[in-house]
Design a protein around this ligand. Structure first.
Ligand code: KG4
Ligand code: ZN
Length: 329
């Protein structure tokens, strides 16, 4: 079965072809990020206009790379939530048109849940149930996954998302956008124990809060460098200390969720899951706690359409379908 996935929830226009839910035949991602950089974040109007211009070409490339024709698609899965309204609409309208023209079933998919599926792409299946941590630019969620249509939210961020905190701290440090990869790069040269940052407490132990640590970085700069950009060595220490604290918090809460739900398998996904330090520390902690942890390849950690196709396929097999009245949700 050939599944065509389409993803346009943020700055990217992505299409992928999947065979039977895990074999990725192609995955194409075109990002408009360079047009947003000078604004220090995503400008929704620019994103949707670029998506409108590129979607046909991106889908064509994905089909070509997979060696199939559009008529060979057996299912169309498209991100229908959450995301930028204009951007989501480009993908949804495109997917609905193809579904209508070819009479192929259509399914709207949740982007955050689709991130969980990154670990299933080009890999052996992971036994259910498991705990999933999704750490992206817009979400920081802990889920209990009993099945692909039985995903319960256990914890979420009360303020900034984890990736958002990386982006904001990078901005404070005068690094580029997106901030996650920039922080990771300079943190390699820094001392992660140099500065004692901490994440704010939360009422529910499985919730997250990252806005306090971002402000703490800002105050640290004000107090020690008169809010000016510090020298590279000091910057590396700040980045490493920030990253370490965030990673430790994510690990502590993920392990707590595993203990609370008596589950021994953990699946991590979302853009921040591409971070090497995070992966290294999760693997170490999982080993110490006799938990099996799964990560997508780095490519499938960040936004892509293969995860949308795969997650949609699992729901399709359970009987889920969307009509042509599919809209952003
Ligand atoms: O999942 P994603 O590609 O898009 C959303 O759904 O939001 O995640 C993007 C986020 C951005 O905030 C970016 O800074 C962060 O993931 N990110 C990273 C790394 N690569 C991307 N954060 C930390 N370390 C990285 N290597
Ligand atoms: Zn994402």
């Amino acid at each position: 079965m050939n599944i065509l996935g389409i993803e346009t929830s943020c700055d990217e226009t992505a299409a992928a072809v999947l065979k039977n839910g895990s074999e990725v035949l192609s995955s194409v991602v075109s990002s408009s990020i360079k047009f947003h950089r000078k604004y220090g974040g995503i400008v929704p109007e620019i994103a949707s206009r670029m998506q409108l211009e590129s979607i046909t070409q991106v889908v064509d490339s994905a089909l070509k790379e997979a060696g199939i024709k559009l008529k060979d698609a057996d299912l169309i899965c498209v991100t229908s939530r959450p995301g930028l309204a204009g951007s989501l609409l480009v993908g949804i309208c495109f997917a609905k048109s193809v579904s209508f023209a070819l009479g192929v079933p259509l399914l709207g998919v949740d982007h955050v849940c689709a991130h969980i599926y990154g670990s299933f792409l080009n890999k052996k299946s992971i036994p259910l149930p498991f705990i999933a941590l999704v750490v992206s630019g817009g979400h920081t969620n802990l889920f209990s996954v009993e099945d692909f249509d039985e995903i319960k939210l256990l914890g979420f961020t009360q303020d900034d998302a984890c990736g958002e905190a990386f982006d904001k701290v990078a901005k404070i440090l005068g690094l580029g956008y997106p901030g996650g990869p920039a922080i990771e790069k300079i943190a390699v040269k820094g001392n992660p124990r140099k500065i004692k940052f901490r994440c704010s407490g939360t009422q529910s132990p499985l919730n997250f809060s990252f806005s306090g640590i971002k402000t703490a970085v800002l105050y640290y700069l004000k107090e020690n460098f008169a809010a000016r950009c510090p020298m590279p060595d000091a910057r590396a220490d700040i980045a490493a200390s920030f990253q370490e604290t965030v990673v430790d918090t994510l690990i502590k809460k993920s392990l707590l969720a595993c203990r609370m739900k008596k589950v021994k398998t953990l699946v991590v996904g979302g853009g921040v899951a591409a971070n090497n330090r995070l992966r290294e520390k999760f693997f170490q902690a999982a080993k110490e706690n006799k938990i099996e942890v799964h990560f997508p390849s780095k490519y499938f950690s960040i936004d892509n359409a293969a995860m949308v196709a795969g997650f949609g396929y699992r729901l399709f097999r359970k009987g889920y379908r969307s009509g042509l009245d599919l809209n952003l949700q």
